[in-house]
Ligand binder design. Sequence first.
Ligand code: MG
Length: 183
Amino acid sequence: MTNPSLPAAPPPVPTLLFLDVDGPLIPFGGTPEQYPDGYPTYRPARRLRVPESGANPLLPRIDPALGPRLAALACELVWATTWMDEANECVAPWLGLPDLPVVHWPEPAPDDLPGGPGVHWKTRPLVDRAAGRDFVWVDDEVTDADRRWVAEHHPGRALLHRVDPHHGLLDADFAAVEAWLRS
Ligand SMILES: [Mg+2]
């Protein structure tokens, strides 16, 4: 029973999900054994904000069915990709998603970002952006060096989930993220 004399608890802060595009959404590098006919191609869920003819030729590799699955995750989606604002012009409509917040990477070159050997150039900016909030980072390039760095520098919970770029996001990836979000 709630005590009316106590202030209401603040609403829970949703977990962030930093989403990469190349690899998780656009698979690449699959072998002819894995994809004898090449990658399947798809049509966008919605009209893109730019002419489709001028858009990235790899966009048709994005399965628009991933959009509702991403939207159904109990978290707040944020683009964490070198596509930056183009992700909202091309990828969000392709998936049928609304515009999402975008991480704008710091200038100058990401190579200058300290972090230690093997730490990805996105790692520190994402920890900065999370600002203590729990987050999931879905990317094909995360490694244990990033997990260690995040564990040392981020006070909240974090799941750094690597997706195999040969296949892009699979059922097993969604299952892993969902299980972590529930835990
Ligand atoms: Mg990538």
